[in-house]
Ligand binder design. Structure first.
Ligand SMILES: [Zn+2]
Ligand SMILES: [Zn+2]
Length: 284
């Protein structure tokens, strides 16, 4: 199977609206490994729609513990378990990931115990290991190298961009971050940079219809990047393709791909993909 990236959920933030896209999750298939990056709501459905057997789940990475990146982590693993997951899964996440997982298993204790006793399933708690990582090398295994860079996403301090390398190919996820120049060094020469992005003209309308306007605007400006800034990072890093993802706003009828392209073309002249749910990007 060719190496590929599937953008399962492409919107920024946890809110869902009729007909709109879903929160953050991606599937990365590289060097025969099945890697899920972030587990926002909809990740399980997205993986099944992408043709993945949940039994094949292998590695899961969480960039940070905001709900639009982690809300469906437990449900994904639990569903894979009921689908017959036999091999161990490792979840890599920031500090606090183990706490989340243990509490999830406690919340589901009735169901877990009854399926072990009634259906003879292995104990899900023995099938999952948690690896809480910080900045630097995260994993070196069978030719797959993963490293992390702490990015700028206040008030969350443990938020990490991730770089995946295998067989001379590389892919970088920015995670959620304000404009953060060190990301250009971290992403240097990558085949694909998946960077979060907001569109300036959409922010005011988003703030107006969400309520709690002033605080939301303040959070967005302090913690996220404009499309032009994502383009700047891609140019400075010299990547091959930029994928704009975690789009804010993602479901404004007044805003289409052309608006994102116009914004990012001010700073980026290379290959460009604007994410939408289910979109496949092949790693040539
Ligand atoms: Zn987010
Ligand atoms: Zn976030």
């Amino acid at each position: 199977m060719p190496d590929r990236l599937v953008l399962l959920g492409s919107k920024g933030g946890p809110a869902l609206r009729p007909g709109g896209p879903w929160p953050s999750s991606s599937l990365l298939e590289i060097g025969g490994r099945t890697i899920v990056v972030d587990c926002g709501l909809g990740v399980t459905r997205g993986l099944v729609d992408a043709g993945l057997s949940l039994k094949a789940l292998d590695l899961v990475f969480i960039t940070h513990l905001h709900s639009d990146h982690v809300l469906e982590l437990g449900s994904l693993i639990h569903t894979a378990w009921t689908a017959g997951l036999a091999a161990p899964v490792t979840i890599f996440g920031p500090p606090g990931t183990g706490h989340y997982w243990r509490r999830f298993c406690q919340a589901m204790e009735f169901d877990i115990e009854i399926r072990i006793a009634d259906e003879g399933r292995p104990d899900i708690r023995d099938l999952v290991s948690i690896d809480e990582f910080g900045e630097g090398d995260v994993l070196r295994q069978r030719g797959l190298n993963v490293s992390a860079l702490r990015v700028d996403h206040p008030p969350v301090t443990d938020c990490f961009a991730l770089r995946f390398e295998h067989g001379g190919k590389s892919m970088v996820f920015s995670a959620d971050t304000a404009f953060f120049p060190p990301l250009a060094d971290f992403a240097e020469g990558a085949d694909i940079l998946v960077h979060e992005a907001m569109l300036e003209e959409g922010i005011e309308r988003l703030v107006a219809r969400t309520g709690n306007g002033a605080r939301l605007r303040e959070h967005l400006l302090a913690s996220h990047s404009f499309a032009e800034e994502a383009g700047r990072i891609a140019t400075d890093a010299g990547v091959t393709r930029l994928v704009l993802n975690h789009l804010i706003p993602a479901d404004d009828a007044e805003i289409g791909d052309a608006d994102w392209v116009a914004a990012v073309r001010k700073t980026w002249a290379g290959d460009l993909t604007i994410a939408r749910d289910g979109l496949v990007v092949e790693l040539a």
